[in-house]
Design a protein around this ligand. Structure first.
Ligand code: ZN
Length: 182
């Protein structure tokens, strides 16, 4: 909490605090969001979107950048990502226009352009909790008319949990066992 950090800073060496401020300022200045997928990036596009070896036909939709890190650790996924920036939640007042859903539809549209690589599958890897499931359902209905294969990660990930805290084997199995969404 902020209070604990404040107490820690009071006890710390002023030189250490200055170094910390410098590092935080640098991070704040350098880090931005990828123009393509919304992942954290140090350039206009993140390292995954810039990697020519990634499969352009598959997009894995996640809630946050930390979920990208979790899935990358499994080494099971070679496509690209789309980071929504959260999940739909009536309680928190998070509505579709506050998530990067419009950007996802735009990516789908652009992949249909001549010369572009068509996107053939969207994997919905939102968290297996109430808001994540609601978001997956919303997206599957939105994407169904576009003729793309829409899949949802399997239930290997415990219900109510965060992808971030799943072990790599469980997450890899969940990706492997993904199923079609109606
Ligand atoms: Zn990216």
């Amino acid at each position: 909490s902020a209070q604990r950090i404040a107490f820690h800073l009071l006890a710390a060496d002023p030189a250490d605090v200055r170094r910390l401020v410098h590092t935080l300022t640098e991070v704040k200045e350098r880090v931005r969001f990828c123009a393509v997928c919304g992942n954290v990036a140090e350039e206009d596009e993140c390292r995954i979107c810039r990697d020519p070896r990634r499969d352009l036909t598959v997009i894995c939709v996640v809630e946050e950048s930390k979920d990208v890190v979790a899935i990358e650790k499994t080494r099971e996924f070679r496509g690209r990502y789309h980071v929504l920036g959260g999940a739909l939640s009536p309680l928190d007042g998070t509505t579709p226009d506050q998530l990067r859903i419009r950007e996802l539809l735009e990516r789908m549209r652009a992949s249909g352009d001549s010369g572009a690589t068509p996107i053939t599958e969207i994997i919905l890897a939102t968290n297996p909790n109430v808001t994540g499931e609601a978001t997956a359902l919303y997206l599957s209905r939105l994407l169904a008319p576009l003729g793309v294969r829409v899949t949802r990660i399997a239930r290997g990930v415990p219900m109510g949990s965060d992808l971030e805290y799943s072990d790599q084997v469980t997450l890899a199995r969940a990706l492997e066992g993904r199923r079609e969404l109606e």
